[in-house]
Design a protein around this ligand. Sequence first.
Ligand code: ZN
Length: 275
Amino acid sequence: MGLQGKYTAHIAVAASAVALSLAAWGATVLTNGEAAARADSGASAGQQSGGAGGSAGAGGQAKEPAQVKPVKVPESIAHAAEAGGTAVNITIDDGPDPRWTPRILDILKQNDVKAVFCMVGPRAKEFPDLVKRIVADGHRLCDHTVTHDTTMDKKSVAYQRQQILDAKRMIEDAAGGAKVEYYRAPGGAFTPQSRRIAAEAGMRPLGWNVDTKDFERPGSAAIVNTVKHELSNGPTILFHDGGGDRAQTAAALEQVLPWLKEQGHTFSFPVRISP
Ligand SMILES: [Zn+2]
């Protein structure tokens, strides 16, 4: 049965996660959380450059060894695109899958589009060659937990930590060196604690603005239409390469990626450090 039995819960939670993200689209409109994160990152960037300038100016007086502060990953849920403007982020969840992931990778390559793949840990462990191909093709990795438990927001913090960190290790082992840069809770079941656990492990919590509902298999035309009608919500679009037959997803991507280009959109990755 795999992941499919869990999609009913996925749908219910997804609705609220989308509602959270309505304000994120555009160059200037930010949610409160994102605005706060931007302010935070701006402040810390200022402190860092101020500190560096200070020690450079002090010249020989500076006795302390130069310390490079590790860049802090915000705990807020990212929706914006690194490239800003009207760039969009393609995100692909629940794989890797030996049948559908290679097909989707081919379509992305044909369209010269980079995406984020949110992987379930044991699936990454089972198909390490797919994880390595994803990395080699220039895509980014995202932690989508060990068991895709869409009720993990109701579970203990220890459980959430295990789900997140065990999956991260499985994905990174499979990737052979590449880092996992994002964390997406199954069904959007984030908690403040899980966001912190992810951020402290270097993974930015990742939301979405457009849920194509491709896992319901509504037909490729319906998936394409959802993108066209809901893209005004924001730049991060959710597809799936795992959890069932993804032929409709592949067909929809073949149509919607060229359409996005025709509309003047470019493709980016979700923000990690700021805003
Ligand atoms: Zn999922």
